[in-house]
Every structure is written in C-alpha cells, then in structure tokens.
Design a protein around this ligand. Structure first.
Ligand code: TYD
Ligand code: MG
Length: 456
C-alpha cells in the first residue's frame, strides 16, 4: 500500500499537498515538513466510546431550552490553580499547559493529582517510567489511593484503559508523545498532535471528564506543534519562570471559562511546588538601605495586587553601540521609555548602556510598572537612591504624561499594607477616589519632570 503524505506548516498547522517555501496561511518561511498521513484505513475505534458515535445528535436546539446552570467546577486544593482556571476545573474541559522543559509541569500536575484524593485520577505519561514517577511522588510525600498511572503513548490503548478505569480526571504528559494509530507520522508531528488532541477533545466533551494536556514549548515561546492546538482546547495555561530562580508563574493565555488576566505563583522547593499566597513579600528584596537604580511598583496581575522590584543600571557605554538588556520586561517598551526621558526630560541615554531587571525572575505585563521603570532608570542615571518607603503606580505616555491605571485603590491599599509611606500615582487617577482613608501619602503627578522634582 502506498503511504499517503502531506506537507504541514510546523508553525500554524496548514496542510498542503506539495511543498511550499512560504506558508500561505501564516506567512512563515521554510516551515513545511512532509508527514505521513493515512486517513482511509477502517480503524474507527479510536473514539473512547463507539456507541456514542452514532447516537450523537446534531439537532437544532432552541437556546432558551438549553439549561444554563453552570456545571459544578471541581475545586483542587491548590488555590493558585483554581484561580488561573477561573475558579476550579470545569467538567469536560480540555486544558493545555505549556512550559519549557524542566520548569516543573510534571511536578505541578502530579502534585495536584495526588492532592485530589476524592476522585479517580489517571496520569498518563509517555515521557517517564512508572519508577521515575514513583520517585517523584515519594519526594512530594503525598499518598493517594485513587491515583492511577499509565505509561502509554497510543491513544487506542489509552482509551481502552480509560473505558476500564473510568477516571474523573485525566492528565497527559505530554501531548507531543501521543500517537494515534490513524496517523502514520511520528509522535510530535503536526498531524499527530492535531489528531490526538482532537481525540482527547472528543473524549473530554462526551464523557464530561476534564483532560489536561501538558505540552513543550519551543525557543520562541510558543507551544511546540501547530497553533491550531491552542484553538482546539478550552484553556491554555503557561508555566514560566527563570530556571535560576525558585519562583514559577502559571499564567492564563486563553480561557473559555474565565479571565485571562489571572496568574498563580509557586515556589519550587525540595518537596515540590509551594503556593505563594503573598507574592509581594517575596518579590521585594529585603534590605536596610536602598541602592540607586531600584524602584518598587505596585502592579496588578489579574485581581491580585503585587509589589514588584525594578532594578536598573545605567553606565557609560564602553563600546560604540550602547547596549540595552532586559529581564522580565519588554525591550521595546524600555526603548520607548528611554526615548521619552530623552525627549521630554532632557536626559541623555544615547551613550549609556542600560540594563533592566525585574527582581525574582518574573515577567510583568501590567503597564503600571512604567513609572517605576522610569524612576529606576533616573535613579541609576543620577546615582541617587529612592527611599525604601516609596513606591509607584502609573503608565507613561509618549508625551511624557503619567497616565491613569486601573484599580488604583487596591494598589494603594496593598502598598500601605506592606508598610510603604509614599506612593506616586497619576493625577488622572485622582477623580472619584477618596484618598483620605489611606494613611499612606499619595502623590499625584502629571508629567515626567514633576516626578523627577518630587523624587530627587
Ligand atoms: P519537572 O516537573 O520534571 O519539569 P517539566 O515536566 O516541566 O519538564 O521538574 C523539573 C525540575 O524540578 C527538576 O529540575 C527538579 C525540580 N524539582 C524540585 O526542585 N523539587 C521537587 O520536589 C521536584 C519533584 C522537582
Ligand atoms: Mg515533564
């Protein structure tokens, strides 16, 4: 029998009969790889339940007849995970969890599965042996008699086992190791990932069993495999952090059942991941006297206020081209802020090297961190330390204006709670807020030069 092949864009999953240099769908170059596909073989028992296949009704329903009662979510003992999922696990949902190798994905889900003692969990691993997983479970020191392990990669066998066990939660580590007998190509290829994810999705929806798919991430930060994988699932979570730090962040990238602004914070310890319920305390380094180039930002990640330390170093450039290096912050955003300081503040960064770092190895997306980045830069530029009792919350506009940010009261309250005595905010944030209830001094500023005068 001649084996059918097709070409797949490794970036977006576009399928083509012949090789093309540029993908007509996503515009990427040189992304087509030939994969063996075999669609017409009479293997139809891949679905987890054959009987279901025929009885599935596609009838039109009146929306008002559909019961709107939200199905009860499964709450895990892990508050951070519940938070990023939008309030617990939704029955029948398919969740993709991405992250770099070694960041702790397997640990996080093994730990959660072991902690869920009241439901039957099936952990399917195609990456590690049962012994390896047992060793990790011993390290986590959690005992659970309802936890089952399957080291298997064929979806056909997996569904056979699922039919026997009837688990209430399925975790797959990882989607890149799964193999459907319907597709010829190797595990991890676009066509395999697409097919196996579709099979898992059918299973999740028909059986109302939540399924977590763990996936690896490529160097450019996207989940290895086609972009369509992200479209197929209900929720995409990303587990990230700097390998050299103990802190890990679980971020929601997409969520059909909740907000994408949420984030969970963990610390990797000798006994697995520990939930960090008060992030501010760990993200600000404890020190007696402040050094120049350090500024504290009162940021919000989702619904949660979080104080973050920004560190800047501005030095005379030794080489012809000045360097700009960032960790945890967007490089283009830094360049923009430097341009604002140059043009609106008259500071000369042109011949200076600039290094910027968000302490703790986390990445902050809240634009309210701008003002503290700007102040950290100024503080290092002038070599004058900012008092350790001062923090900031404001976005910086192109004309040098300090713009208002959302949830200002929560940010101020958090700063006050952590013992700060002064907070710089935008004067556009003053409207409708009663500042007299705070003990912390609120300094409202409108422009970059006002901040400078207020600080130094
Ligand atoms: P792992 O979950 O295997 O990462 P992933 O599945 O994302 O590839 O975790 C990898 C790291 O976590 C590994 O370097 C060891 C470390 N680790 C701890 O520090 N403490 C622990 O309790 C465990 C289980 C792992
Ligand atoms: Mg792993």
């Amino acid at each position: 029998m001649k084996i059918k092949t097709a070409f797949f864009c490794q970036h977006c999953g576009y399928e083509s009969a012949k090789w093309t240099g540029k993908c007509p769908s996503c515009g990427q170059w040189n992304t087509f790889v030939e994969e063996k596909v075999q669609k017409d073989i009479p293997l139809r028992n891949i679905s987890w339940q054959e009987e279901k296949e025929n009885t599935r009704s596609n009838n039109i329903v009146n929306l008002s007849d559909v019961s709107g009662i939200e199905e009860e979510r499964l709450l895990t003992p892990d508050g951070e995970l519940n938070r990023v999922l939008g309030g617990g696990i939704v029955p029948g949902s398919l969740v993709l969890v991405g992250g770099e190798p070694g960041i702790g994905k397997s640990t996080l889900f093994l730990q959660n599965a072991l902690m869920l003692k009241d439901i039957t969990t099936l952990y399917i691993s195609g990456e590690e042996s049962a012994q390896q997983i047992k060793m990790r479970a011993d390290r986590l020191q959690i005992k659970n008699d309802n936890f089952f392990l399957l080291t298997e990669t064929s979806t056909q066998t997996i569904f056979q086992e699922i039919k026997k066990l009837r688990p209430q939660l399925v975790i797959i580590d990882s989607i890149q190791t799964l193999q459907s007998p319907l597709i010829e190509s190797a595990p991890g290829s676009v066509s395999q990932i697409r097919e196996t994810a579709a099979e898992m999705q059918r299973f999740a929806k028909e059986s109302h069993t939540p399924v977590f798919l763990i996936g690896h991430i490529t160097k450019d930060g996207s989940i290895a495999g086609p972009k369509i994988l992200e479209h197929m699932v209900d929720t995409v979570l990303q587990f990230e952090g700097d390998q050299h730090y103990a802190y890990r962040i679980l971020r929601t990238i997409k969520n059909r059942f909740g907000s994408t602004a949420e984030l969970g914070i963990y610390e990797m310890t000798g006994q697995g991941l520990r939930q960090v319920t008060n992030p501010s305390e760990i993200l600000i380094s404890q020190r007696e006297d402040m050094l120049s180039g350090v500024a504290i930002a009162s940021t919000m990640e989702g619904m949660r206020p979080m104080l973050v330390e920004v560190q800047a170093l501005v030095t005379q450039s030794v080489y012809g081209t000045p360097q700009r290096t960032v960790t945890g912050f967007d490089l283009r955003r830094l360049q923009l802020l430097l341009a604002v300081l140059e043009k609106r503040g008259g500071f000369h960064f042109g011949m200076k090297d600039v290094f910027l770092n968000i302490a703790g190895g986390i990445r902050v997306e809240d634009p309210s961190i701008d003002l503290s980045v700007l102040c950290a830069l100024l503080s290092s530029y002038e070599d004058i330390a900012i008092g350790s009792n001062i923090c900031f919350a404001g976005e910086v506009g192109l004309s040098g204006e300090i713009r208002a940010v959302n949830r200002i009261e929560q940010r101020i309250a958090e700063a006050e709670k952590l013992g700060f005595e002064k907070i710089f905010i935008s004067r556009y944030n003053k409207k409708g807020v009663d500042f007299s209830k705070f003990n912390i001094e609120v300094i409202a500023v409108g422009r970059v030069d006002e901040v400078y005068k207020g600080l130094f």
